[in-house]
Design a protein around this ligand. Sequence first.
Ligand code: 1PR
Length: 543
Amino acid sequence: MPTVHLLDTVSGNIRSLVNAIEAVGYDVEWIKSPSDLEHAERVIFPGVGHFGHCMSTIAKAGYVEPLKNFIATGKPFMGICVGMQALFEGSEESPEQAGLGVVPGKLKLFNSSTKAVPHIGWNSAATRTFTDSSLYGLAPHSKYYYVHSYARPIEELEGWDVATAKYGEEEFVGAISKGNVFATQFHPEKSGKAGLRVLKAFLNQTRLSPLEAAATKVNEQEGIGGLTRRVIACLDVRTNDQGDLVVTKGDQYDVREKEGAGGVRNLGKPVEMAKKYYESGADEVTFLNITSFRDCPVKDAPMLEILRQTSKTVFVPLTIGGGIRDIVDTDGTKVSALEVATMYFKSGADKVSIGSDAVTAAEEYYAARKKLNGTTAIEQISSAYGNQAVVVSVDPRRIYVSSPEETKRATIKTKFPGPNGEEYCWYQCTIKGGREGRDMSVQELVQAVEAMGCGEILLNCIDKDGTNSGFDLELIQTVKDSIKIPVIASSGAGNPAHFQEVFEKTTTDAALGAGMFHRGEYTVKQVKEYLAEKGLLVRADDL
Ligand code: 1PR
């Protein structure tokens, strides 16, 4: 097989890119020193995380001139995400750090007063300009997976072919190309079939004919659609009483069968089910390890193998939660949360999700009068991998009160009174899968973790989990109003109309379902078709 050279100076989920490159028929070789670039035939420079960290790492390792020299040879060069950003002159993210300066202009932070930042999800890369038909078949109606906070506005890019995306009121560079250089702000390796197609076209250097190129150009009247509504499938995974790793699903977090011997509900095998959801159009797949497999060495954790297997066939973002915290290994060695997260990223995860440990960290944050100490799992993982890689999974429960004066926590007036007619409630944070309630409201928790560098909230709701009665809209809007980072609504989805409802009645950024998919009541595809019929923008994977 022909070879692609990969420059891996920035840590992150490189495994998915390797899997995607192999899936389109190429072998990967690693660039281990700047001199390796002299013999490379085609180079991909991927990157996640922080612009300044990425640039200073490649500068220190002596890659700046060799990279520019490689680009000057005219051989195919592709930058992905921060690997694209590095091609510009600089970024507001690290004003003191120069970029490679191959493309003019600087990256700017998205305006978070009008929308959630980071920009996470599926958006367009619609071609606007052509000089040499070289945008490798990016299709205006296809959607690609983005995750970033800084972007290059589209002005003044003369001489470059540009494909753009729109986030709220801002239009920015989604992909750019000139001669042998091609770069995407989105992750082709996480963009389903549409992403694999682009990667393949680049590696094969398949240029479009002028006629084909014209067909891919955005119709100015139609415009470009912007960010889609994300539909996520979630798999709660644990060992059952026979010791097998199974996908399970609770009712209000109780995963045991109500009848018979009361065993753990077994709804299927994790890797197979993830593949099925990917093929049905899931925009992301989340695994929650709901028991911690405490007796096994960390490096053998079964979830690592599940991720390795899944990332070979599932080319959308993968999140893994459960047990992301500082731990003591079976041989007594201390393993930091950052090291645990690193193992997951290396095995194919794009994001880690932190539950109980985030609540403890938030308690310490308030006890220290909102002073960050730099040592929490959230801070350490987000500073190494970027805040887009850190999700906090919240497990709140409703606590009803007759009046706001009854508690010092912030209450809401609810449309759904409590068992004794109480008209107010607050949402209490819990740990250990809902087994232990803490004296902290969900608003306090999400604000604390946002300050620590969490990039997204996975918002469960114990009262709604497994009920098929729809999402807790009051909870979701309360959380959305408290923070700027994106929120994934979870718990209670029972049919496609529930997804429509949560997208129309709240400002949630994504919605997640579990039981209704596992029990085969509806497919992800049916949910997305329903949303599309109702006029909501969704991604179709076959475009
Ligand atoms: O505390 O960092 O080890 O993380 C543990 C993780 O496991 C947390 O994310 C926590 O939410 C999750 N978890 C722990 N126990 C359970 C349980 O069910 N007994 N599952 C559990 C949480 C909720 C969602 C579910 C949605 C949608 N499950 O994952 O998928 O509620 O369900 P539905 O659509 O069927 O209503 P740590």
